[in-house]
Design a protein around this ligand. Structure first.
Ligand SMILES: Cc1cc2nc3c(=O)[nH]c(=O)nc-3n(C[C@H](O)[C@H](O)[C@H](O)COP(=O)(O)OP(=O)(O)OC[C@H]3O[C@@H](n4cnc5c(N)ncnc54)[C@H](O)[C@@H]3O)c2cc1C
Length: 485
């Protein structure tokens, strides 16, 4: 009997758990450790954040699904990994701390044969003083945050109705943030809601970002083929900003936020301020708080995790200049270099380098979008590692690892620009590969045939369809596994 322990039940961890359960015989145990009782389809939090969806529409309880599937669930935080065991445990184990109301704070240890770290990001609001729901801005990263954001937005709309001019700032709250696509989506959904409410004329909508230019999205921008012509995500995005009257402030690192004032610095080294009435700024991400210890009980966290807190896997982490970065630096098996039975997937793995060119301001502040690891690649990584572990359990440890590098993987991203079955719009973008390969595709680093975009109502329907399909899949309803990651 083998036990596979999965830390985290988000997109990558839940995908891995369901596939492992489907592929492994019941004699083997699949165990999930995750702090929340609910699964969340995070992309639709954007719609919760404008009051178009409820928390119940984007979440569901995990326990009944895991019970039905025979997956053991511990509602807990993983706090430490002991990959070599210790004097009391011959086998490797993880330390956990329960979060469910019946056992809150209680600690336990779970032994494993294989471990998948799918803990996603720590929302690092603390990196910027005043950032986040405990400070002066709102967020849409969790359903609870998004509900608060929607309530604040409603207040702002009421003020606009009273004839008071309001400034709404949406973007990222630090020079090294990722997920610019989500900030972009929220900006245009808010702008759409303001128009629907008939108050757009009194509202100033500002998009504040660390991107060098619009359309970068942390992937260095895209070159598409559209209607037989080549265009770029920069042109495309700039035209949407112009059409909707959204003002963009680029190349920014938010330094601190005070009540109604954002202090930011740009690549030119100049510090500026921006007054606001409503601000949704995403936090930077780092790895969750987890340590690792060897058999002697010595802390080996620095060997297992990058300084960012993300787990080191089979990537090339050698420090190089931008022009020397290569697509093959990116990991493909997600196996950790030190332990062949530990894998890091989704946002939890440490990327070897940025995708967008990192830049420093004239006074040395790093303003560089971190590489996004979006839903589709995260799901693919979860499944890939599940396949590797299944093979190794069935045929032995020498079974080769399955591979899925972001440098050989495409991703589809649909950024909503306003919801509504008749009035909605979305920008649908497909890129191949996610990590540009300038050797294989000189110029843009991506295939211009397989990288394309469309904007319009049809893309909104696709975005809504994806919401329905992925929740169906995550609920493990009949034939769920036929829906691709
Ligand atoms: C607002 C927003 C909108 C987005 N929109 C899109 C979109 O439209 N399309 C797209 O492709 N991507 C989108 N993304 C990105 C997408 O959500 C992520 O790529 C995806 O969730 C990453 O999956 P993951 O499994 O790595 O992490 P997550 O889905 O975040 O899952 C991490 C899991 O680990 C758990 N966890 C945390 N700490 C611990 C611990 N110590 N021990 C155990 N478990 C732990 C968490 O509770 C969670 O269950 C969006 C992100 C945001 C924030």
């Amino acid at each position: 009997m083998a036990r596979v322990v999965i830390l985290g039940a988000g997109i990558s961890g839940h995908t891995a758990a369901l596939h492992l359960r489907r592929m492994l015989g019941k004699v083997h145990e699949v165990v999930v450790v995750t702090p929340n009782s609910q699964w969340n389809w995070i992309p639709s939090n954007i719609w919760v954040g404008v009051g178009k969806m409820t928390k119940e529409q984007v979440t569901f309880p995990l326990a009944p699904i895991y019970h039905r599937k025979g997956i053991v669930l511990h509602q807990a935080l993983a706090t430490a990994i002991h990959p070599e065991g210790n004097s009391l445990h011959e086998r490797p184990f993880v330390e956990i701390q329960y979060t469910d109301s019946t056992r809150v704070g209680e600690k336990d240890k779970i032994e494993y044969d294989f471990l998948i770290n799918a803990t996603g990001p720590k929302l690092n609001f603390a990196a910027t003083p005043g950032l986040g729901p405990d400070g002066h801005t709102v967020s849409v990263c969790t359903p609870t945050h998004a509900i608060e954001a929607a309530a604040h937005l409603k207040e702002v709309i009421n003020k606009l109705r009273e004839g008071l001019r309001q400034t709404l700032v949406i973007g990222v709250g630090h020079g090294t943030c990722t997920c610019e696509g989500a900030a972009f989506e929220y900006a245009f959904n808010v702008e759409h809601e303001l128009r629907l409410a008939g108050v757009r004329d009194l509202a100033d909508v500002v998009y504040l970002t660390n991107e060098f230019e619009l359309g970068d999205f942390g992937v260095g921008g895209m070159t598409f083929t559209q209607n037989g012509f080549e265009t770029t995500s920069k042109l495309w995005t700039e035209s949407l900003f112009r059409e909707r009257g959204v003002h963009a402030i680029l190349q920014s690192h938010v330094e601190k936020i005070e009540k109604n004032v954002i202090h930011y610095e740009q690549l030119d080294g100049v510090k500026r301020t921006l007054a606001f009435d409503f601000a949704m700024l995403l936090p930077p991400f780092r790895g969750v708080d987890m340590q690792a210890f060897n058999v002697m009980g010595e802390d080996i966290s620095a060997e297992m995790f990058a300084p960012s807190g993300f787990m080191k896997v089979d990537a090339n982490y050698t420090q190089k200049v931008f022009s020397e970065w290569r697509a093959e630096d990116w990991p493909s098996t997600y196996q950790t270099p030190l332990f062949s039975n530990i894998f890091g997937v989704g946002i939890a793995f440490a990327p070897p380098h940025q995708i967008s060119e990192p830049r420093k301001s004239s006074v040395g502040i790093l303003i560089a979008p971190s590489p996004p690891r979006t839903g589709m690649p995260s799901g693919v990584m979860g499944k890939t590692v599940a396949l590797t572990i299944t093979d190794r359990i069935r045929t032995g440890e020498s079974a080769p690892a399955h591979k899925a590098s972001m440098a050989n993987m495409g991703a589809a991203c649909i950024a909503s620009a306003g919801s509504g079955m008749r009035t909605g719009t979305a920008a649908a973008m497909t890129m191949y590969p996610v990590v540009p390969d300038y050797q294989k595709y000189p110029g843009s680093g991506r295939s211009t045939v397989d990288t394309f975009g469309e904007i319009g109502l049809a893309a909104h329907w696709i975005k809504y369809l994806l919401h329905v399909m992925f929740i169906y899949k995550a609920k493990a309803k009949p034939f769920w596994f036929l829906i691709p990651e």
